[in-house]
Write a protein that binds this ligand. Structure first.
Ligand code: DSN
Length: 427
């Protein structure tokens, strides 16, 4: 091998090992992260990365797709079984790509979309002005109530009636409460709007029936595969039931076009080229793991850990938005502690505790500073944490929030954290 290639390869190997060490020794509380199984990693790091397969199983634009056809079909079938869906597309490279494909398939430029405000816990791809979804389409937003930290469905309905969106989105990246999909559907039906649920965060908890199920109520459901679902990084699109497109589009031969076909075209060739078959194989492995009964215990533990953590924070005087959690995450407003998200994220890292700074509803600080942090339990539960471990973590976080500039304390806590994590082996 030429020495320059060797040199870069060995540097990358060293850096991967450094990252593995960071993951092993630290406490991972980023709500959107998790640790996949070794089987998921093996599938992703396989020869499937060499294969081009534009198209769908049985209908490709390349030869030699017999094997990847079987793999992709296995992923589709496993996903359909996991969520009880009639339709699944496993090709989106990410959750944002899945949403982009749905927008492309269902909307025209300038159409109105009603989504959850990013600064209240929504997602960039639901109409944020800095994202394509807010530049090409006309976004309007609902948020949470300042008093309760929760969504008021009467206000969602009033906003929908006022703006008459073509698409309504439910789903978030920092909302700790469950969703009333049935009520959202009623609001959408009254306006002939389509309803999209983006379940990227709670997907694993929905697959195990621990949270409300959007599949019977929402026309379309998108998700990532790497958060509570614990698969490789990627996106998916599902429908509980396929249905004829509501715009009366027909084929050249006059046949009604089903939404499944419109969504498939939205992904490819609309939004993406060749699918990542190595990632699709890893998705199939993860869906298989999520179908195992042990995944239900995992989901229950994720929620029990999050509740234990939220209670411990509240008992120490922290302001958890909405006062608690139904899922795997919580959003903590640090303003009553006179701290910013930015400084606490930085101080926690010194002790090998990883969170992300996060805007809180009605925040007076910029997204680069923020008044809050977001904390989640999907990853630590995979490591084997139980509620009493979560309470211990809250104690450590509290010590750091109280004295984020005490370098000696941070150093000593880092040793304690690293020693503690040796009980929870990773790979
Ligand atoms: N930004 C991701 C998150 O952390 O929630 C979602 O895309």
């Amino acid at each position: 091998m030429p020495s320059q290639i060797c040199n870069v390869n060995s540097k990358v190997t060293t850096l991967i090992n450094q990252e593995l060490d960071r993951q092993r020794r630290g406490i991972e509380l980023i709500a959107s992260e998790n640790f996949t199984s070794q089987n998921v990693i093996n599938a992703m790091g396989s020869c499937l990365t060499n294969k081009y397969a534009e198209g769908y199983p049985g209908k490709r634009y390349y030869g030699g797709c017999e094997v990847v056809d079987e793999i992709e079909q296995l992923a589709i079938d496993s996903l359909k079984k996991l969520f009880g869906a009639e339709y699944a597309n496993v090709q989106p490279h990410s959750g944002a790509q899945a949403n982009a494909a749905v927008f492309l398939a269902c909307l025209s430029a300038g159409d109105t979309v009603l989504g959850f405000d990013l600064s209240h816990g929504g997602h960039l791809s639901h109409g944020s002005p800095v994202n394509y979804s807010g530049k090409i389409y006309n976004p309007v937003f609902y948020g949470v109530e300042e008093e309760t930290g929760m969504i008021d469905m009467d206000k969602v309905e009033a906003l929908a009636n006022l703006h008459r969106p073509k698409l309504i989105i439910c789903g978030a990246s920092a909302y700790a409460r469950d969703w009333d999909y049935q009520r959202f559907r009623k609001i959408a039906d009254d306006l002939n709007a389509l309803l999209l649920a983006d379940i990227a965060h709670p997907a694993g908890l929905i697959a195990t029936s621990l949270l409300n199920d959007p599949i019977p109520h929402c026309h379309i459901v998108t998700s990532t595969t790497h958060k509570t679902l614990r698969g490789p990084r990627g996106g998916i699109i599902m429908m509980g039931k396929d249905f004829p497109n509501p715009w009366g589009r027909r084929t050249r031969k006059g046949k009604e076009i089903m939404m499944s076909s419109i969504l498939n075209s939205g992904v490819f060739p609309g939004m993406q080229g060749g699918p990542l078959e190595h990632v699709i194989a890893a998705k199939a492995v993860a869906f298989g793991e999520a179908l195992d009964p042990s995944f239900i215990s995992y989901g229950k533990n994720v929620i029990a850990n999050a509740k234990a953590m939220a209670e411990a924070f509240v008992s120490k005087g922290y302001n958890i938005i909405s006062g608690g959690t139904d899922n795997h995450l919580m959003l903590i407003d640090l303003r009553n502690k006179n701290k910013t998200g930015k400084e606490i994220e930085k101080a926690l890292i010194e002790a090998d505790i990883t969170v992300n700074k996060n805007m809180v509803p009605f925040d007076d600080k910029s997204p680069f500073v923020t008044s809050g942090i977001r904390v989640g339990t999907a990853a630590i539960t995979t490591r084997g944490f139980e509620p009493q471990d979560c309470v211990k973590v809250v104690d450590w976080i509290d010590q750091i929030v109280m004295n984020p500039e005490d370098d000696n304390m941070l150093k000593s806590l880092k040793s304690e954290v690293n020693e503690f994590m040796t009980q929870f082996p990773l790979y």
